[in-house]
Design a protein around this ligand. Structure first.
Ligand code: B1M
Length: 232
């Protein structure tokens, strides 16, 4: 009987390999994920396609089973670790576009929230598009955001939240910026699975971004409009 150990990843065709990656991500098999990412790169896949079709799609399956009580935190942590292994290989490829510097963004996950995969993805894609990114990590109180914005002379603030209980904290950050009279010094973009357009508007963000690709497009657009306004 063939078992998992007998599968030779390089012998699978692209479709089989991507399905196998979904399984391996589910099982938290970091080394297998890393090997498969290398194989797809060698086969000419774009880093973006590997990210979205293999890694993010696999993580969605993990997310659904986590929601339904089939997987638990330890398994999901292993899956996240495997995903990060794959992302680490893709990062330099996404970043090496040599695009001109577009602006500087401080990005972090809000207080009470330790989810960082989506945030890391946004950071990587923004770097790939020519933005300078300062990632301040997870569980950020308002003070950390404000201190980093000031220290770094950033143009953009990016906040991520994955929990319905932590997303309201984004409003705390924006309200504090208003109180200090610095809100309009920055473009504020927000994202994360439980958010939506309406929420982004309600808390006073400049934009809600559905995914990392939208974040890049939105940031590019907003920076270009800001430059035009300043040039006018
Ligand atoms: Co968490 N978790 N988790 N978890 N976890 C969710 C978010 C959940 C939806 C699972 C579920 O029930 N289906 C659920 C939240 C329910 C809710 O609030 N409505 C949940 C829960 C309940 C919890 C705990 C409370 C579980 C517990 O302890 N009982 C706990 C909370 C811990 C805390 O933060 N205080 C917890 C813990 C964990 C782990 C530690 C095990 C692990 C995180 C590991 C890590 O990140 N290093 C984890 C994971 C992995 C998930 C799921 C399965 C996957 C999240 C993920 O990485 N997705 C998640 C289920 C799900 O989302 N389907 C879940 C892949 C990633 C690429 O997508 O982060 O959505 P995402 O990012 C997207 C977009 O949202 C967007 O772009 C990315 C794609 O391009 N985006 C932005 C994100 N940030 C952006 C910022 C932007 C723009 C776009 O601009 C700045």
């Amino acid at each position: 009987m063939a078992d998992e150990d007998d599968i030779i990843l390089s012998e699978l065709d692209d479709e089989e390999l991507v399905l196998q990656m979904h399984d391996d991500l589910y099982d938290g098999l970091k080394e297998e994920i890393e090997e498969a990412v290398h194989i797809l790169i060698d086969r000419g896949w774009t880093p973006y396609d590997i990210l979205t079709k293999a890694l993010v799609a696999g993580m969605t399956i993990v997310g659904n089973d986590f929601r339904d009580g089939i997987l638990f935190v330890p398994e999901v942590l292993l899956a996240a670790n495997a995903m990060k292994g794959g992302m680490a290989i893709l990062k330099p490829l996404l970043v090496e576009t040599g695009a001109p510097r577009m602006g500087k963004m401080v990005i972090g996950t809000v207080k009470g929230d330790i989810h960082d995969i989506g945030k890391n993805l946004v950071a990587m894609m923004m770097e790939g598009a020519g933005f300078e990114v300062v990632d301040i990590g997870i569980n950020n109180p308002v003070e950390s955001y404000l201190e980093a914005l000031d220290r770094e002379g950033a143009d953009i603030l990016g906040m991520s939240a994955l929990l319905t209980t932590t997303m309201p904290y984004m409003k705390v950050v924006i309200d504090t910026m208003k109180e200090k009279g610095i809100r309009d010094d920055y473009l504020v973009i927000v994202g994360g699975a439980p958010l939506n357009e309406e929420f982004g508007k309600a808390i006073g963000a400049d934009a809600y971004c559905r995914d990392a690709a939208v974040a890049v497009e939105t940031a590019k657009d907003m920076v270009a409009r800001k430059h035009n306004r300043m040039g006018a």
